[in-house]
Design a protein. Sequence first.
Length: 375
Amino acid sequence: MSNHVTGVATQATAEAKPEVKPLVRPTPQPIAQPTKPQAPQQAQPKPAGVPTKYAGLDIGTMNIIASRDVGSKVETKRIRDVFIDLTLDQVKMLNLTGDTSFITKGDICYILGDDAANIANIFGRQLRAPLSKGVISAGELEGMEMLKVMVGEVLGKAPEGGSVVVSSPGDPIDNDFDALYHSFVVKDIVESFGWEVETASESTAMAYSECADTNFTGLCISCGHGMTNVSLIFKTIETLKFSVARGGSWLDEQTAKVMGKTPSQICAIKEKGVNLLKPEGREQQAIAVYYKHLIKYIIHNFIKKFNDISGNIELPENIPCVIAGGTSMAPGFIELMKEAIDKEKGFPFPISEVRHASDPLNSISKGLLVMAQSK
């Protein structure tokens, strides 16, 4: 297999590409639960320009993002977690540049990342992805191989004593699959690059990057492409955690059905920018309808879950609600979330504010990095 993988979105200098070895599909086994998070400790001074041995890795259905401390700042690398297969003749028609990320196997070329999304629209093709609904896709035979390549691009080989905390989705309350096999496969992939690995809920990680001013307490909602993860955190402790199997891909699929388009085409329209408070045209109006339904669905299920265990939770009078994830970045999303909380009957406690994470797309990986530093 020959490969050429470039074009990873990064603020850091690209690392040498890791050797990609064949990945053996593991047999699912019970894995140890991550240790209870502790409040972050003061970071020690770091040599300028040299990454520390700690990392946070957010593996999502749409993006894979790694965060590292480099000097006095946190730097991130991102690659879009999608690919598309083309024949070599199709590749010649596209006249691809040297910045395009791809892998060739025989007479098939696999385009990776953002370029895959753009090319899918040109050919009217459905994107392929290693993950579906937030977990390893059972139907993608080549998905794990592609996932390993992309993880290697953004994370790289571990330094001596390298430790990383990797995002893990919760078992959804509205679907019968579990995340055990997903967690095992992801752990195996990351360990193959020499890292010591622990996992943590992506919405819990948000408290570490966004809630220091409230003593690491908050209602944290991660609105991803495959799933939505929700955690209620009190002083770094998970008091409630769950997920729903609806996110950006669900929005794309539902809108595509009523508009007679492919989910990839709807995703492209969505990512060009849709003001959810002032949608323009039929496609944008349909997207806004499903956004509103998704938000109500999240809030309704949170109230239901909270009421099931409310007798065991003691909270301060007011806590913030913090929102992150690519699906939340549409203009008007935060306003619709505020409206849904205000209007939903029986919301169990006062919310001091509803706000976006300071860095909605990278917030989870940055929180995972803080968790790695605090172990």
